[in-house]
Design a protein around this ligand. Structure first.
Ligand code: NOJ
Length: 535
């Protein structure tokens, strides 16, 4: 729904919270988080004000890529629990008035998935064409120059059938052939399976990868490549991703969702804005929320961020609902990128911008990237390119609940080491501190929920100073808000021209500013963010 319409759907008004299940809460003392652990922590999420929970994959998997290599799309990995545990989790989420979003990984399966085992068994197997098989070039080399995101070529030789198969990620993650209608139907059936159970939506993994060039043309060289970057970046993935036909697939997925009541899909898409917004689909019949990752890829610079926000707002199609993200399980944590003080400003930005915010677990207690000793690295991206510091483990460490051994996450050895500071930075400590990051998040979520201008109102940028991001949020018949954020550590002066205002500071990153009456100009401290209720 757009501004001016009377009803908005849950995924427009709500706040999404991403759980990385391995790291949230262990309930059976094996050092790995699980579904019953998540159930134990639902009251916390409700208290925080979360509306929808997205779970990274919980399906059976050999765990070559920690669950993003699925060997059964309809089951639950025993590490995470049973199907009955899942049903209970879904009931418990719903009974608290929250929604559950599952990760759907349609681009690739595990190489242990029965489909792939069949496909690779012989060239004339009926499932041969479910994956992307190609002959070698006449000299025996790989079919083209495409690279794997996780390092090395994207083609793996199959000795017994004498062809290469394509894998955008690990060789243990062969890509499905989405040009095959049987594959399409099989995956749409997977969606129906979970929707019939009552799941509220999907976060669709690497949506822009799903269809590749039919002619398998070579990707061009990236002229901006530098040695510290992942080897994948040597080429521009012009032919291996974001093909026009992908939109037909997304639309088919959308049709399935539209057969149910108020279900939705988020697309994981790392593309420039102009391309990203095409995933809303023609007439808005594509992804409900193509993930907008600008805040995790841009330098933390007020001018760049302010113009990116405006560019995004301007590029959205008529019915496209915006969304914002500060972190996920593939990226460095926001606190490690911008520091403790700016992480508070970032939280204020995330929760006051127009559009659905997604919070990555632990960001609400300012968890930082944890240094993982080389011999403990688990992530294949880190292991495959050891000299490039690309391991994603530091942002996947166990949730810090309290100061008991292992932070209340497990009473066994955790699968990944905990932050050294967990006895100081944890949910229990921060809950009792009005000035903590957790309290800031909770208050921001609460304010957003209670103020239509912040939840669904219009966005208008206000320019004043190089180091500030400022904007106004308005909804007819309700209070308006002016948000002014200092993205630098030095004082900032907000003196917009032709923008007289007066109001009261409703919330601030520093408590001293709250309740203060302001008009026309503001002097902000370094790292200060203000939400002003306008009179
Ligand atoms: C994107 C996921 O977010 C990431 O964790 C995973 O490694 C790749 N897709 C491959 O599935």
């Amino acid at each position: 729904m757009q501004e001016g319409q009377e009803t908005y759907l849950w995924w427009q008004t709500g706040v999404v919270y991403q759980i990385y299940p391995r790291s949230f809460q262990d309930s059976n003392s094996d050092g790995v988080g699980d579904l019953r652990g998540i159930i134990q922590r639902l009251d916390y999420l409700k208290w925080l004000g979360i509306d929808a929970v997205w779970l990274s994959p919980i399906y059976p998997s050999p765990m070559a890529d920690y669950g993003y290599d699925i060997s059964d799309y309809r089951g639950i990995h025993p590490l995470f629990g049973t199907e009955a545990d899942f049903d209970e989790l879904l009931r418990e989420v719903h009974s608290r008035g929250m929604k559950l979003i599952l990760d759907l990984v349609p681009n690739h399966t595990s190489d242990q998935h029965p489909w792939f085992l069949e496909s690779r068994s012989s060239r004339d197997n009926p499932k041969r064409n479910w994956y992307i098989w190609c002959d070698p070039l006449p000299d025996g080399s790989v079919p083209n120059n495409w690279l794997s995101v996780f390092g090395g070529p994207a083609w793996e030789w199959d000795e017994s059938t004498q062809q290469y198969y394509y894998h955008a990620f690990l060789k243990e993650q062969p890509d499905l052939n989405w040009r095959n209608p049987e594959v399409q139907q099989a995956m749409l059936d997977v969606m129906r399976f979970w929707l019939d159970k009552g799941v509220d939506g999907f976060r669709v993994d690497v949506m822009w990868h799903m269809i590749k060039d039919e002619q398998f043309r070579d990707n061009p060289v990236n002229p901006d490549y530098q040695a510290h970057m992942a080897t994948y970046e040597q080429l521009l993935p012009v032919y291996s991703t974001d093909q026009p036909e992908v939109h037909d697939i997304v639309r088919q997925m959308r049709n399935v969702l539209d057969g149910y009541n108020e279900r939705m899909m988020i697309g994981e898409i790392y593309l420039p804005i102009q391309k990203l917004v095409t995933y809303y689909g023609i007439d808005g019949k594509g992804a409900h929320l193509p993930f907008n990752f600008q805040l995790l890829s841009l330098p933390w610079d007020a001018r760049q961020i302010a113009s990116a926000i405006d560019q995004y707002e301007g590029a959205l199609p008529p019915n496209g609902w915006p969304n914002w993200v500060l972190g996920n399980h593939d990226q460095p944590r926001i606190t490690s990128r911008v520091g403790m003080q700016q992480a508070r400003v970032a939280a204020m930005l995330l929760l006051t911008l127009r559009g659905t915010p997604t919070i990555y677990y632990g960001d609400e207690i300012c968890m930082r990237d944890v240094p993982i000793p080389f011999e403990e690295v688990q992530d294949p991206q880190g292991l495959n390119m050891p000299d490039k510091n690309l391991s994603r483990d530091p942002a996947r460490t166990p949730m810090q609940w309290d100061d008991s051994p292992n932070a209340g996450f497990t009473d066994a050895k955790p699968w990944l080491r905990l932050a050294a500071n967990y006895s100081r930075e944890n949910v229990a400590v921060q809950r009792n501190n009005d000035l903590s990051m957790l309290s800031l998040y909770r208050r921001l979520i609460d304010l957003r929920r209670n103020e239509p201008a912040l939840q669904v109102g219009t966005y208008t940028p206000v320019y004043s100073d190089m180091n500030l991001v400022a904007f106004k949020r308005e909804a007819e018949g309700h209070d308006s808000f002016l948000i002014v954020l200092n993205l630098s550590h030095r004082p900032g002066y907000f003196r917009p021209q032709h923008f007289p205002f007066s109001g009261t500071v409703e919330m601030a990153t520093y408590p001293e500013s709250e309740g203060v009456s302001v008009s026309d100009a503001l002097n902000l401290s370094g790292d200060e963010g203000l939400i002003i209720r306008l009179h």
